[in-house]
Design a protein around this ligand. Structure first.
Ligand code: TXA
Ligand code: MG
Length: 348
């Protein structure tokens, strides 16, 4: 299959978006930008489209997809009920980088929900995404548009690298503002529970809801056989081919330990460090990749996946990543880094 790649500078690139919507309506797959990461979209109510999505990504079919909407009126038909907690979150954070899990209505196929009786729904803020979904005239099922296990794509070129030849079209809308996947909150049970941290932070959620539960898989390695509430959290994820090791603690200790670890690394291996503006000149690694300033965690979040992908393009064998404290956006960044590192962390 030849993948069409078309630039859309804004939501008024209507020829491109019409073409994309036509592909969706005839059962095809289109990757599109959102403010978090690129999504791989298909008709959200068509079991055949869900199967195609799993096949293109090489994703296990028990890992459910998120349904994307572009108007609040599209939510009601997809769910059995909208609890008060959800109403509050929707009022505050939609459209935006927040996905909510509801009890599903019958029209949502089990192929889309990976066999679950719940459904994930998100209303993205990105204007190209909104216009595209509106033109499709139906909810769009979309996981992140990467091959299963690879870091999520934050540029159209990342999608092209992973999925070219396997999907019908890529809408190139530039880089994604937030760069980490949406926050996921389960509102299908009595107490709201955070399943995946993102740019809507726990602090922001608790300001609206009061104390919420946090699924264990958010911060800790799942035990063998344990099933996290978001099935996707159990798979190895976000990982470059390089071995990733996190070092966290006081800045000077961190730099010292990373340099020690580099000097003890087999000389035949190419080493890298995922560092910050403040520390980038302090390392003896073969390559230093800068995500941003430690003062600006939004910038670090936005560049993290690009840097993980760079490790592969630059054939880095071992990469040491500076850890952050796990509050606010640091929780989401560390969640992704820990999964990339298979939870290998040195505290210094
Ligand atoms: O920012 C995002 O959320 C991006 C963009 C494209 O919207 N999408 C995304 O999708 O990250 P995906 O499929 O890569 O991650 C969705 C996560 C998976 O971990 C999945 O297991 C979980 O959401 N999920 C989906 N439906 C669920 C459900 N009914 N119950 C629990 N977890 C669910
Ligand atoms: Mg994903």
């Amino acid at each position: 299959m030849k993948t069409i790649i078309a630039k859309a500078d804004n939501e008024n690139d209507i020829d491109v978006l019409n073409k994309a919507a036509e592909i969706i309506r005839s059962g095809g797959l289109v990757a599109f930008p959102t403010e978090t990461v690129y999504g791989l979209g298909g008709d959200g109510l068509d079991p055949a489209a869900a199967k195609k999505i799993y096949a293109a990504k090489g994703r296990p079919s028990d890992n459910p997809l998120i349904l994307h909407i572009s108007h609040i009126s599209q939510l009601r038909p997809l769910v059995r009920e909208i609890p008060v907690s959800a109403e509050k979150l929707i009022k505050e954070f939609w459209p935006g980088p927040l996905t909510l899990i509801f009890k599903k209505a019958d029209i949502v196929p089990y192929e889309t929900t990976g066999g679950l009786d719940t459904v994930a729904v998100r209303f993205p803020e990105n204007r190209i995404a909104q216009r595209f979904i509106t033109l499709c005239g139906r909810p769009i099922a979309a996981p992140s548009a990467n091959s299963s296990g690879r870091p999520s794509p934050t540029r159209a070129s990342h999608v092209e690298f992973d999925l070219s030849g396997k999907i019908d079209m890529i809408i190139d809308g530039g880089h994604c503002e937030f760069g980490l996947e949406s926050t996921i909150v389960d509102v299908s049970e009595d107490k709201p529970c955070l399943l995946r941290p993102g740019s809507v932070t726990v602090e922001m959620l608790e300001e609206v809801l009061g104390p919420i539960d946090i699924d264990k898989a958010v911060t800790a390695k799942p035990e063998a056989g344990e099933r996290p509430k978001a099935p996707g959290m159990k798979y190895t994820h976000y990982s470059p081919a390089a071995k990733v090791i996190i070092v966290r603690g006081n800045e000077e200790n961190m730099i010292k330990r990373i340099n020690e670890l580099i000097s003890h690394t087999d000389k035949s291996l190419k080493t890298g460090v995922i560092a910050s503006e403040e520390t980038k000149d302090r390392y003896i690694a073969d390559e230093v990749l800068v995500t941003g300033s430690r003062e600006n965690t939004a910038q670090i979040a936005s560049n993290l996946f690009k840097m993980l992908r760079k490790c592969d393009h630059h054939n880095i064998d071992v990469v040491f990543a500076e850890g952050l404290s796990e509050n606010e956006l640091g929780m989401a960044i560390m969640n992704r880094l820990k999964k990339a590192a298979g939870y290998e962390i040195y505290d210094v």
